[in-house]
Design a protein around this ligand. Sequence first.
Ligand SMILES: [Zn+2]
Length: 287
Amino acid sequence: MTVLALDFETANERRDSACAVGLAWIADGRVVRRESHLIRPPEMRFAPGNIRVHGILPANVADAPDFATAMAPYLGDLSRGLILAHNASFDIGVLRAGLARAGLPVPDLAYLCTVQVARRVFPAPEGCGLGKVARRLGIRFEHHDAGEDAYACAEIALAAMRERDAADVHALAAALGLPITRAAGGPPRRALGAISGRAMAAFPAEPAALRFTMLGSTGNRYTVALEERPGGPQLRCTCTAGRYGVRCRHVKALEVGDITHLISDNASDVVLLARMLGAKMRVAGAA
Ligand SMILES: [Zn+2]
């Protein structure tokens, strides 16, 4: 199972104001991949206290992608994998709020808080803040840079695994008696009129313009396309399940913005598609 550390910085006190994200993937007892990106928050309101923490200014994110676009490549791993975060309720809250604000469905999420891990494995009177634990463990990083914070969070989990002889993060959680928290997702609940309006306006006159090539698990290629149906546009896939009218895994992946198995060069259309479907669901729900 994919295990990845997640860290957000926010522009202000709102959970849906992410202005930076950092991710660090763990495999075979080490950090194997790191990503960090600036994000343009829905409102350009930066609280002085937040700026003091992360140093990100409105001008830094003016040309950055919005939340949905920045996060699209990682939603597959985040929804299928186990997320590590230091003060997980904050970062998971930002992820959920950001997706909801963008009018995207919120996937089911499984996560483990590394503050809880550190309190059990590396307790100290000074506490278990990210900077303090990292300093105690000799992890070198630039605190309050999202990419660096995610990296430090991953290294804390790895250090705890070594300390407790745990083969992986699941074994560590079990050994510490810490349950993996599972947060149920849901369809888009509430989106700003401006965003859903934009999504609707972006709805192509010819829905067939949205076509995606997906790589199946056996190496076959399938085409997922939006078809006009009496109940509204619907994704149909050319795989066996799809031809029998089943909402197959390829369709489900695209619905949540998961582009892991997308081969065609139109990842940004997946974001558009997820937004459109979200807007459609809201319209259907309101009717
Ligand atoms: Zn399919």
